[in-house]
Write a protein that binds this ligand. Structure first.
Ligand code: GLU
Length: 506
């Protein structure tokens, strides 16, 4: 049965979604699913000056890649739509009017120049100008608190530009509740009379956000810490409308790996990691920003990493599937303080998930890469390759580097390793070895190992004298999985051929 828990992720489509935004979406999703509630995507596109056309698509693509789908949202059925604020435009003026009628809001006709002059005047007297009870009824400001009703009406009728401001109360102490931060007290005298409705006929974020949260029956507002300063106004707006206030939870910031402050795109550029889930091309500048997906991260590893940026389960366990996260997630375990982003930890999660994936799944990811290189080996062979190299891989893109020798004869040999291990006596030894190999009937890994090692022991020489040159011949460098597994995989003929090549080239 569905519960009354309804949460929303409410991004503004102003560019690619930062991982902080994805984390907000994730926590909303986890909270909704844990409580058998509904997760809503609402596009807050009332600020037309910052609107970016491909940003909404980016947001939905990112949520889809992360596998945290919304239950209601643009282009989906839902009883509370439309889910784009620009499509709800007509609605907001009515609510601004309600506040005007109730005396919680007023018209203001001040021009930008006049306000600027007021600011400068205050500055020259060593004061800060705030548009609120201090001065809203002083004659220099032009608003419906000082003008007569007729004057106000005439100005509106004759097309004068106006905004609608919220009338913040004087001398009150607001008691705000936050699910993560507890009780916060605010003196209303410090609040300015924020604009609710702009002169372009659009609501500001504050008005649209509160109206929509109310109409969409949002039970919990879970959002980034940067919105905490708006909480007093939002709480007052609920009071003014006489609506039930949802619960609020402000999530901690994601911080730079080094130094202070919020993680930015610049940190990623400087230290070489993405801060966006998907690659993003800026349509104006053609600037391309890296994405976790394109960098080769698995979505589940990325999500697990993100979940831990600000939350922990209270145990040592770090690896959680999305299902586990839903079970364990609790706002009470979200920290108040910022979470330092660690690119190394991100890689660590990726590596852990690489090890958890089945050989079958990884093989399906590797086959197209091989195909592109013109290699068409049967799946069983590739499956064995993957199983032998995966513990050394972090990304699927590492596979080729770790396994090319299974598919192709080395064309170059590591110079340093060759110098150290390919001695004057080596070619003769290798020729003998070719004869030994030729005589082996059962070419399994264990049998070739047994026979070759017996031969070395019989010759009373160190294993390294044979094994290192043999590895160089087969792999081209002193790396790779168990040598006899490689031998068994590439087969007798290819093994002998590669030793011949090394004798010729080294
Ligand atoms: N549109 C705001 C943003 O871009 C939403 C803030 C909120 O969740 O209330 O983050």
């Amino acid at each position: 049965m569905e519960s009354n828990v309804r949460v929303r992720f409410a991004p503004s489509p102003t560019g690619p979604l930062h991982i902080g935004g994805v984390r907000t979406a994730l926590y909303n999703y986890l909270f909704a699913k844990k409580n058998k509630g509904t997760f809503i995507l609402r596009i807050e596109d009332t600020d037309q000056t910052r609107y970016v056309a491909n940003a909404e698509q980016y947001i939905t693509d990112a949520l889809n890649w992360c596998a945290i789908p919304f239950d209601e949202g643009p282009n989906l059925k839902g009883n509370f739509g439309p889910y784009r604020q620009s499509e709800r435009k007509e609605l907001y003026k009515k609510y601004a009017d309600i506040l005007l009628q109730k005396g919680w809001a007023y018209y203001a006709f001040d021009t930008a120049d006049a306000l600027d002059a007021e600011r400068k005047k205050h500055e020259s007297e060593g004061k800060t100008f705030i548009y609120n009870w201090h001065n809203r009824e002083k004659e220099r400001l032009v608003n419906s608190l000082v003008l007569s009703d007729d004057d106000v009406q005439n100005r509106i009728n004759s097309g004068d530009k106006f905004v609608i401001r919220f009338k913040s109360p004087q001398d009150e102490t607001l008691i705000l509740e936050d699910e993560i931060r507890g009780t916060i007290k605010i003196d209303t005298n410090t609040l300015d009379d924020k604009i609710l409705f702009k002169s372009d006929g659009m609501p500001t974020y504050h008005l649209a956000n509160i109206v929509d949260d109310h109409l969409m029956q949002i039970s919990h507002v879970i959002r980034g810490e940067e919105w905490l300063p708006s909480l007093p106004l939002h709480t007052l707006l609920y009071k003014a409308f006489e609506w039930e206030t949802p619960k609020f939870a402000h999530l901690p910031l994601i911080l730079k790996p080094v130094g202070k402050g919020k993680l930015s795109k610049r940190d990623g550029d400087k230290l070489g990691f993405p801060v966006f889930p998907l690659e993003y091309t800026n349509e104006k500048t053609n600037d391309v920003s890296r994405g976790y997906k394109e960098d080769g991260y698995f979505a589940d590893a990325f999500i697990n990493m993100l979940a831990f940026l600000g939350w922990n389960p209270g145990t040592e366990q770090e690896l959680f599937s999305l299902e586990d996260l839903i079970q364990e997630f609790d706002l009470k375990r979200v920290s108040k303080s910022g979470a330092k982003f660690s690119p190394d930890k991100a890689k660590w999660f990726q590596q852990q998930y690489m090890q958890q994936k089945s050989d079958e799944e990884l093989t399906d990811l590797y086959l197209p890469i091989l195909k592109e290189k013109g290699i068409t080996k049967e799946k069983d062979f590739v499956l064995k390759v993957v199983s032998s190299i995966k513990e050394r891989a972090v990304f699927v893109a590492d596979f080729w580097e770790l396994s090319s020798f299974f598919f192709a004869t080395p064309t170059a040999y590591d110079a340093k390793a060759s110098k150290k291990n390919w001695k004057e006596t080596t070619p003769d030894l290798m020729r003998e070895l070719i004869d030994v190999i030729e005589s082996i009937e059962d070419f399994s890994s264990t049998n070739t190992e047994k026979i070759i090692k017996e031969w070395i022991t019989g010759k009373e020489i160190g294993f390294g004298k044979v094994m290192q040159p043999l590895r160089l011949s087969l792999v081209g460098k002193l790396a790779g999985p168990h040598l006899f597994d490689i031998i068994a995989m590439i087969g007798k003929k290819e093994t002998m051929q590669r030793i011949q090549n090394a004798i010729k080239n080294l």
